[in-house]
Design a protein around this ligand. Structure first.
Ligand SMILES: C[S@@+](CC[C@H](N)C(=O)[O-])C[C@H]1O[C@@H](n2cnc3c(N)ncnc32)[C@H](O)[C@@H]1O
Length: 282
């Protein structure tokens, strides 16, 4: 067009622009909000989704997921990392046992929120720890995530038998007082965790990006989730935890996560700094 000057935009900037449009489209169409996720990781995930769904461009991917909910269901796991294991970072669970359980014991009933529970490994680890501390009978665990497939897997409490050796090692290192095999039965190459543990867990779809607080709780364990958020969204999530926690409630984060400065972060003090365990200030 004569007289119109277009600014030069490199391919990378165009890719980012398309990614932002895709995230906006996903939000408008499905109310899944990835707009404030850390960009570097979103870029990687969009590329993986494009490959899996055989899309030549981000625009193609956007078109596909907007028009075909099944394609969105296939793309969703790429936006949510499901890596987990039972008693992941055993020292965290040991610190919970040694520093948090004694205080939890002073409450007649307990509510715990595992935010971003993935396939349930963290949930069942906590349930076992609480059982061994004599606290499970008085506890209700809310386990939430945005990935419906992960929530279904978590609820089934079933894991491939080949993973259980690693889980058992972690369990021992986390101060387990028995044997992990006390809590599951094996069948057809799978380990199925105990019905007794399951009575104390409620699974629900809940997004830290768009949803509000749903209950008052004594402990929030939200590990390896904030790492995928930008600073603003991290602060939103910390605000939810602050609101949900009872007076002097506990917050546990992942080993690579921290509370940044800000009004919500300042509402917490370190309890076991090395294990990212915090306590709400008085
Ligand atoms: C890497 S897994 C962490 C699993 C477990 N907490 C652990 O530390 O082993 C991250 C989980 O966060 C979930 N997630 C991502 N965005 C979320 C959001 N906005 N609200 C709640 N969960 C979210 C993902 O679906 C995924 O299951």
């Amino acid at each position: 067009m004569p007289g119109v000057v277009f600014a030069a935009v490199n391919e990378e900037a165009l890719f980012d622009l398309e990614v932002r449009l895709l995230l906006e489209a996903l939000f408008q169409r499905y109310h899944h909000d990835f707009r404030d996720y850390a960009l570097a990781s979103v870029r990687r995930r969009v590329r993986q989704a494009m490959q899996r769904l055989e899309c030549e461009s981000v625009a193609d991917l956007q078109n596909l997921v907007l028009h075909e909910p099944d394609a969105f269901a296939q793309a969703l796991p790429f936006f949510t990392v499901q890596v987990s294991e039972m008693f992941r970072d055993p020292a965290y669970f040991l610190a919970l046992r040694e520093h948090v359980a004694p205080v939890l014991r002073t409450y007649p009933s307990l509510k715990i929120w595992v935010a971003g529970c993935s396939n349930g490994e963290e949930v069942w680890s906590l349930a076992i720890l609480l059982a061994e501390e004599g606290l499970l009978e008085r506890t209700l665990i809310y386990a939430t995530d945005i990935n419906p497939q992960a929530l279904r897997a978590a609820e089934s409490a079933t894991y491939e038998a080949r993973r259980v050796g690693g889980f058992s090692k972690n369990y021992q290192a986390a101060g387990g007082t028995g044997s992990l095999s006390d809590y599951y039965s094996s069948a057809y190459g799978r380990a199925v965790f105990d019905r007794h543990l399951r009575k104390h867990v409620v699974f629900a779809d809940h997004s830290l990006a768009t949803d509000a607080v749903f209950s008052e709780v004594h402990l929030v364990s939200c590990r390896n989730v904030l790492i995928y958020f930008n600073a603003g969204l991290q602060d939103r999530a910390i605000g939810l935890f602050r609101e949900a926690l009872v007076h002097r409630g506990f917050l546990g984060l992942g080993s690579r996560e921290s509370l940044r400065s800000g009004a919500n972060a300042n509402a917490f003090e370190p309890l076991v700094a090395a294990q990212k365990l915090f306590r709400k200030k008085a």
